[in-house]
Design a protein around this ligand. Structure first.
Ligand code: NGS
Length: 371
């Protein structure tokens, strides 16, 4: 009798333990679609480290790193110097009637080259380069002259202190985009000062500034060091958010993990608004793109991709950046915060703004915002 009830208690303890373990793993919502092909490997990923295939970034880190133990109060700069920017997002209509008499551009642009040699040597000065693109309007804007573009795209580039990369980027991207017959503008959003780089916040600023200027339909968020190698990789507005930099030469043209959304990615204005843009809290390298992937999942949006043999990029060489030690904490708690941390809480001080020949330049001071 005693033996039987002892067994029952043991069985109950076992069941409760199992339930706790199951609950714990289900809380790791970001890893919900764990790769079926292999066991989860926990390893701290440093900038530039490459690991085997994983579904989500949280599969390659120690879970202890993303527990929220304490919220560090790092707070706010003098708000009187900061312009609060909560622009109304105008929604472009992809099916709108053309406003000119030109015929609509064809779905498949006629002058594509496919794979083409990316230019990385002997990049001209900005002035010399400008004369290579006589069709550009001020601010690095362009639209096809003999047809009505189907897509109005703002290319948003978070930037600081990489002038040679910027020249190479501009030379390649203008040539590339003009073959694709999209209407576009290039926005270089530069962070002033020496604080850690806040890529995501710069992208929010870029979206706000671009929409103040024109009724863009979508954004392509673009690292300055990535140069597309194949012009069939169309920079059009996506149906579902599109991760564009699928295969990069320095990663041996392999996707590091399935939910990656960094490098180059495209979202419509509506999709961007639905997820409240990017988090403003990621200072330093890493995690902000994974946070966006989580936001997309919460809003039931899916990451789409072109085939890897087309969505190919060359990465320009640069040193490793310092990883943000807090990225896992903010990543793990991101879904809870997304309605109040993002585009609707964005603040920045616009230090300078200029419509240059090859691009629109926005120089900003970014404040630390409350989590
Ligand atoms: C992950 C980062 C992402 C980053 C990706 C690829 O580990 O932000 O590596 O980086 N996530 C975290 O650190 C949480 S790359 O090798 O391209 O520099 O985009």
């Amino acid at each position: 009798m005693m033996g039987r009830s002892y067994m029952t208690v043991r069985a109950l303890v076992l069941i409760v333990t199992l339930l706790v373990v199951v609950e714990y793993f289900s809380l790791l919502q970001s890893a919900e679609n764990a790769d079926k092909r292999g066991p989860v490997v926990f390893k701290l990923l440093e900038p530039g480290d490459r690991v085997g295939y994983s579904r989500h970034v949280l599969q390659v880190v120690d879970p202890a790193m993303y527990r929220v133990d304490r919220v560090v109060d790092k707070m706010v700069n003098n708000t009187t110097t900061i312009s609060i920017v909560i622009p109304t997002i105008s929604t472009g209509n992809l099916t709108s009637v053309p406003s000119s008499n030109l015929p609509q551009c064809s779905m498949i642009p006629p002058n594509l080259h496919g794979k083409f040699p990316v230019l990385v040597n002997d990049i001209p000065s900005m002035d010399d380069m400008s004369s290579q693109f006589p069709g550009l309007e001020l601010g690095g804007r362009w639209s096809p002259k003999d047809c009505q573009a189907k897509h109005k795209v703002a290319i948003i580039v978070p930037y600081r202190d990489r002038e040679p990369h910027l020249r190479a980027f501009l030379l390649n991207i203008h040539r590339f985009l003009q073959r694709q017959q999209v209407e576009y503008g290039i926005y270089i959003v530069e962070q002033s000062g020496n604080q850690p780089f806040n890529r995501a916040m710069l992208m929010n600023v870029g979206a706000a500034e671009a929409l103040k200027q024109h009724a863009y339909q979508c954004f392509i968020f673009h690292d300055v060091d990535l140069l597309p190698e194949d012009d069939r990789n169309l920079y059009t507005c996506p149906i579902q958010p599109r991760h564009m930099s699928v295969s990069i030469d320095s990663f041996l043209y392999r996707l590091p993990y399935d939910d990656i959304f960094g490098g180059v990615s495209a979202m419509t204005v509506d999709q961007f608004r639905a997820v409240n843009g990017f988090s403003n809290l990621f200072w330093g390298w890493g995690g902000e793109d994974d946070d966006m992937a989580n936001r997309l999942r919460v809003k039931k949006l899916f990451i789409s991709r072109y085939p890897a043999n087309i969505a190919r990029y060359k990465m320009l060489k640069h040193g490793k950046e310092k990883a943000n030690p807090e990225r896992f904490k903010y990543l793990y708690s991101g879904a809870k915060r997304m309605s109040r941390d993002g585009y609707n809480s964005l603040k920045y001080k616009k230090v300078d703004f200029m419509l240059k020949k090859l691009y629109t330049w926005v120089l900003v001071d970014l404040p630390h915002l409350k989590p």
